[in-house]
Write a protein that binds this ligand. Sequence first.
Ligand SMILES: Cc1cc2nc3c(=O)[nH]c(=O)nc-3n(C[C@H](O)[C@H](O)[C@H](O)COP(=O)(O)O)c2cc1C
Length: 331
Amino acid sequence: MNNFDLFAKNSLLFAPMEGVTDEAYRIALMKTFPEWDLFFTDFLRVPTTGKVNERLILDHYGKRIFENKNWRDKNSFQILTTHRAQTEAVVDIINDLNFKHLDLNLGCPSKKVNSHFGGAYLLSDLPALREILRKIRSRFKNHFTVKMRIGYRDDKMFVDTLKLIEDEGIEAITLHARTRDQLYQGVANWAYIKEAVSTVKIPVIGNGDIWNAYDIEDVFDQTKCHSIMFGRSALKTPWLAKIYKEYVKEGESIDETYQLYQRKAHLELYFEALLKEYRQENRADEVIHKRFKSFSLHLFDDYHNGEFIRGQFLRSTSLDQFMDLLYHLKG
Ligand SMILES: Cc1cc2nc3c(=O)[nH]c(=O)nc-3n(C[C@H](O)[C@H](O)[C@H](O)COP(=O)(O)O)c2cc1C
């Protein structure tokens, strides 16, 4: 095991998510559910043309977070790049700003991104991947990790890719256990996380369809991975890290009610904190309302009439009405 000290073993990481994890969102979550160990920006697409400067990086990361040492320690920066993009220039700025952690996106399945040779495409072109890893590794002095899928079309190069990444001095690998072609279909296969753990000596962070505290225990038991990252599951239960750390780790037995415990109170905390942060950024109510509706797409499945409840939130016509529905929600 290397001396990786960016986060402790068994950490619970809030995944980078485009359209979700902007600065206001991350601040709201850090304040409300500090049990999450680490947050990420969504990917900054490294520009191929045009000027890159400090402002581009800080706007993406969030200035308020950058100016707060405690928050900075809990927020990592993710980039998505290609062999043609201005990787060196961007990494030099990130390095000069003394970011503690940089993560490279090797998982994005978007057709547009992949046709420009970025994201998961790089899993199908190992020479190009190696070149990019070297560029970044040779310039960035702090922790450098990647977030990948098990392959592009299939898993044939999975083991070779893992070894290449380890050989190039990358310090940890987050693995979303699906191929790029699988997009989000089927269920992520955690056996690949176990295979990664036995293939490389660097920490592996398991990711994909880890929905609740039972799953967290299963993934740690079955794969022996270092830590776990949560995407859609964190949007479904933004207090999942709290459930796991407070109730499960305290030795409370988990039964089917744990996931429901205080869910209304937690939902209120979640939306109130988001509202406060978005308002601080002077976002218009209509913009906030639109955002809230998009978050509600991930919520309410735990209610027996979840579809109906979600429908009510989605049909709401104003932010006030949305919040009113929230306060009148039962249990
Ligand atoms: C709305 C959304 C946006 C995402 N944006 C990113 C991103 O910017 N960078 C990234 O590495 N992964 C991104 N992902 C992938 C997630 O980080 C995660 O790997 C994936 O959703 C699988 O985990 P899950 O099963 O817990 O959702 C995104 C996923 C979703 C649902």
